[in-house]
Design a protein. Structure first.
Length: 260
């Protein structure tokens, strides 16, 4: 008996998408995303301008109203390298149609506390395959210790924290230390921390850098060396790319907040 033909995939109609994103007031999707305090959500048009944003993005931008973001690009909302980095990501998706998945980023709260997130961006395509805009999500990473499998990776994380400043630290060394295969350890890291081992090492280094930068008796060069960077200029460039400000600018912000 011949197999039944596959059921064609249902595609949302333009009317359905319009109802989802652009009703008279807040769209149902926007209203749903407003309930997620640790999830940044946005839709942008083909020019990279915000057309839908959620409350978490409004708070992160420091704007009083969501409407203050609409019609603006990321470079107009976020000053400095954060805005430029985000705009470059948008151009990859809008002009090249590239999907971005699990891009590790961090930003500082108004109090100078680092918050890590993973960012995804997808192009929104028209019926002829043209890029009409993009949709993006940035998920704040929860503490790994809250995961049920945390005890299985605790010793591996402790080993990384003890040796992260060594330029020769390799995943197979960590796996051997805890008696697991490299593949098993990598899968555990992904489940518990939501990060690859490379991303996890980067996070450990930069969390340590942020803590050391709060100690005014240490120079930026000393902080860089303590975090595994032999060249403080390379450390400064990496910090600026990740945080959007230089280590020196971060220290100035802490002084202005009375925290240094």
């Amino acid at each position: 008996m011949p197999a039944a033909p596959p059921t064609p995939l249902a595609r949302p109609s333009p009317q359905l998408l319009s109802a989802l994103l652009t009703p008279p007031h807040a769209s149902p999707l926007e209203a749903l995303m407003d309930t997620q305090p640790d999830l940044i959500f946005y839709v942008k048009d083909a020019q990279g301008r915000y057309v839908v944003v959620n409350e978490a993005l409004r708070r992160r931008s420091g704007r009083a109203m969501k409407s203050d973001l609409l019609g603006r690009t990321a470079a107009e909302v976020f000053t400095g390298e954060v805005g430029e980095r985000t705009l470059l990501q948008d151009e990859q998706t809008l002009h090249l149609g590239q999907e971005l998945h699990d891009v590790l980023e961090f930003y500082f709260t108004a109090q100078g506390t680092p918050v890590w997130c993973l960012t995804d961006k997808l192009p929104l395509l028209g019926s002829a395959g043209e890029v009409l805009g993009l949709v993006g999500l940035s998920r704040d990473l929860p503490p790994a210790s809250q995961h049920a499998e945390f005890p299985r990776v605790a010793s591996a994380l402790a080993y990384i924290h003890a040796h992260f400043a060594e330029g020769t630290l390799r995943l197979r060394d960590v796996a051997a230390h805890v008696g697991l295969s490299v593949d098993t350890l990598e899968r555990l890291f992904r489940r518990v921390t939501h990060l690859t081992p490379k991303q996890l090492l980067l996070r450990v280094r930069f969390d340590h850098a942020v803590r050391l930068l709060r100690r005014p008796e240490l120079s930026v060069s000393e902080v860089a060396h303590a975090c595994g960077y032999s060249d403080h200029s390379a450390f400064t460039r990496k910090f600026r790319r990740m945080a959007g400000i230089s280590p020196q600018a971060y220290r100035r912000r802490l002084r202005e907040l009375g925290q240094l």
